[in-house]
Design a protein around this ligand. Structure first.
Ligand SMILES: C[S@@+](CC[C@H](N)C(=O)[O-])C[C@H]1O[C@@H](n2cnc3c(N)ncnc32)[C@H](O)[C@@H]1O
Length: 306
């Protein structure tokens, strides 16, 4: 008799383990459990909140704390970024920016002070300021935010409460949303997050070519920058490959409705990465929750745009 294939879980959105030492395997199992429990409790909390069940919300809050809270979740997520576990997802973004000629220099080995870089990137859900995308301070000025800051260069902020840019100087050329959308427990809130992203992106960086061509060309001489402004979106693979309510076609349709067009995509065994250029405005088409396929081991990940 053949063993039943285990279902893919959303919390499996992590690069594969390279180091096979028993100790590493144990800690990876623990971190997966912490991530999975945190996600499950947050989904239950969102449902209880919707029902207005205050007592249940309080009990779930206690359970979240007992699981170590956001701090333990971030520590577990950070393990997934370590070199022994496959590295950080921003490496994929850097490789695409290289391909497009936006980045053309080697990564900085020393930590440089913030420079007057031509491009601005907002990293939502930042766990570290030492990931790959942070190594090009002459070209990309990275602003990092997270619900719980783990360093002085990461601002503690909920993206959904970040004030809208008041000028294009405050807007961004790239927004990184890596393993954050799946953190949001409510499908309609995920849609709101994607809608809000567009309001933080500034028009084409060609503006820089007009305003300061020498500097832009000096820092990035080959650049055509035609893939910007863009959203770098990373999700656990099961969100699009194993959900009853979402597949890649629907995700890209939602993004198109919001004014984005896919320029790059790459799947690794556990993650899917997308680079989506903002090419226009939202057409205001709504997307509800609709079952598109079914199976016993499928998850219910969904994005609703209202
Ligand atoms: C799984 S971690 C992902 C970290 C990292 N980006 C990566 O790719 O490994 C998700 C992070 O997103 C943060 N986060 C979730 N919703 C957020 C929001 N609305 N605003 C800012 N940060 C958020 C959480 O606090 C958490 O640290």
């Amino acid at each position: 008799m053949t063993a039943k294939k285990r279902p893919k879980l959303l919390s499996h959105g992590r690069p594969p383990i390279i180091n096979t030492k028993e100790r590493e395997r144990m800690s990876s199992k623990q971190s997966r459990n912490t991530i999975r429990t945190h996600h499950t409790l947050h989904k239950q909390r969102a449902a209880a909140l919707k029902k207005g069940d205050k007592t249940l919300v309080e009990n779930i809050d206690k359970a979240i704390e007992q699981n170590g809270g956001l701090k333990a979740y971030q520590a577990a997520s950070k393990q997934g970024q370590s070199k022994t576990r496959g590295g950080d997802s921003s490496k994929v973004l850097v490789s695409w920016l290289r391909e497009a000629g936006v980045i053309n220099s080697s990564p900085s080995t020393v930590r440089e002070r913030k420079r007057n870089a031509p491009l601005r990137l907002l990293e939502i859900g930042a766990l570290s300021s030492e990931n790959e995308i942070s190594k090009f301070p002459r070209i990309i000025d990275v602003t990092r935010i997270d619900l719980n800051s783990q360093g002085s260069d990461i601002e503690k902020q909920d993206f959904m409460e970040r004030p809208l840019p008041s000028s294009s100087n405050e807007a961004f050329d790239i927004i990184s949303l890596s393993l954050v959308l799946n953190y949001v427990p409510d499908a309609a809130h995920r849609g709101e997050m994607l809608k809000r992203i567009a309001r933080f992106l500034r028009e084409s960086p060609e503006r820089f070519l007009r305003e300061s061509p020498e500097r832009f060309l000096r820092e990035s001489p080959e650049s055509n920058a035609t893939i910007l402004p863009a959203l770098f979106l990373v999700l656990p693979l099961p969100c699009v490959q194993n959900s009853r309510y979402l597949d890649e076609r629907l995700l890209l349709e939602i993004m198109e409705n919001l004014g984005f067009c896919l320029t790059h995509c790459r799947n690794t065994p556990k993650l899917c990465h997308y680079l989506l250029q903002m090419v226009g405005k939202s057409n205001r088409v709504k997307t509800g929750k609709k079952m598109i396929r079914d199976g016993p081991a499928m998850n219910n990940f969904c994005v609703v745009v209202e």
